[in-house]
Design a protein around this ligand. Structure first.
Ligand code: ADP
Ligand code: F6P
Length: 323
């Protein structure tokens, strides 16, 4: 009997833990007697046939490394039916029976479309934004929270020493998940997120800052999510209403880099192994997600559908602990 051939690619924004997941996929697949093929540069590499055989040895010494040793990318061509047909031809050329896609909501949307061409796909949520809405957790999120918190702890020193208000912009695209966790973790005075955009959050912001200033707190932090529409006017608003010295710091790509935290290495290893278990059971076109703290599988088609009880609890918490 021919050996099953499993393809794996990383797509979209890189995130710490991608390598740990690939490692787990390769090692668990080998134990099942499957062959693993690594696709480089995400969907672009799939279209261009940049595919290489991976073995247990290829994934040694990568569990602790950030980024993705398969490289990632954004690929406009894959959004077109023609591009996806070229990608299908590459899978056929290499005899790939099933493709594991590691990435955020865009990459998983791509996998849903690709699976309709008859190449079964398994999706794993990997993004520092933690915005794959069916899953409580995406690989990379914990590392990004920790990196951002560490950076903001340093920024806090200047805020306190100069009595300034420091606005720190964090990533997240259209999601405030990263901003919320980071704001709670670094004890920010307020958080601004795209989900709650506008006058009410700005009122809370000014209220909190004034409240803290009036009781003599020296130096304040505000966390703003990159997707917050009015982020550019926040600095002037604070300066005008509070009358303090304001500075802005955009954290940027440091949040996506660096060694994955132990949590991300563990979840990535679990999800990678889980993906191979799904293939073994013949459960294809599924995605691994975290629900109730457990890794479970859902239909790939359902992976971008918000789970029930997906609330913004941390926003409520912020409004208590930042008073
Ligand atoms: P992420 O996966 O981190 O959310 P993107 O949204 O940039 O990142 O998506 C990564 C890639 O996935 C895109 O460059 C594209 O190749 C593919 N993709 C995203 N959305 C779609 C879509 N609707 N149809 C097909 N491919 C898509
Ligand atoms: O999806 C991860 C992410 O880092 C977002 O937070 C951010 O908006 C985007 O990717 C940046 O993308 P790029 O790599 O194209 O600059």
């Amino acid at each position: 009997m021919q050996k099953k051939k499993v393809g794996v690619l990383t797509s979209g924004g890189d995130a710490p833990g991608m390598n740990a997941a690939i490692r787990a996929i390769v090692r668990s697949a080998e134990l099942e007697g499957y062959e693993v093929y690594g696709v480089e540069r995400g969907y672009q590499g799939l279209i261009d046939g940049e595919i290489k055989r991976l073995t247990s040895l290829s994934v040694t010494d990568i569990i602790h490394k950030g980024g993705t040793f398969l490289y990632s990318g954004r690929c406009e061509e894959f959004r077109t039916p023609e591009g996806r047909l070229k990608a299908k031809a590459s899978c056929q050329k290499f005899g790939i029976d099933v493709l594991i896609v590691l990435g955020g909501d865009g990459s998983l949307e791509g996998a849903i479309k690709f699976s309709k061409l008859g190449i079964p796909c398994i999706g794993l949520p990997v993004t520092v934004d933690n915005d794959v809405v069916s899953s409580e957790y995406s690989i990379g999120f914990d590392s990004a929270i920790n990196t951002a918190t560490e950076m903001i702890d340093k920024i806090r020193d200047t805020a306190r020493s100069h009595g300034r208000c420091l606005i720190v912009e964090v990533m997240g695209r259209d999601s405030g998940n990263l901003a919320l966790s980071v704001a709670v973790a670094c004890g920010a005075a307020a958080v601004l997120i795209p989900e709650i955009d506008g006058a009410s959050s700005e009122e809370i912001l000014i209220d909190n800052i004034l409240g803290r200033k009036n009781i003599g707190m020296h130096g304040l932090l505000v966390v703003v999510s990159e997707g917050y529409k009015n982020k550019h006017r926040i600095s002037d608003l604070i300066a005008k209403k509070v009358g303090c010295d304001v500075r802005t710091s955009v954290l940027g790509y440091v949040q996506r880099g660096g060694s994955p935290t132990a949590k991300d290495r563990v979840v990535a290893s679990q999800m990678g192994e889980f993906a191979i278990r799904l293939i073994k059971k013949g459960k294809l076109n599924r995605a691994a997600v975290v629900i109730g703290g457990n890794i479970v599988d859902v239909e790939l088609d359902e992976v971008l559908r918000p789970r029930e009880g997906n609330t913004m609890d941390l926003y409520g918490l912020m409004n208590i602990v930042s008073k």
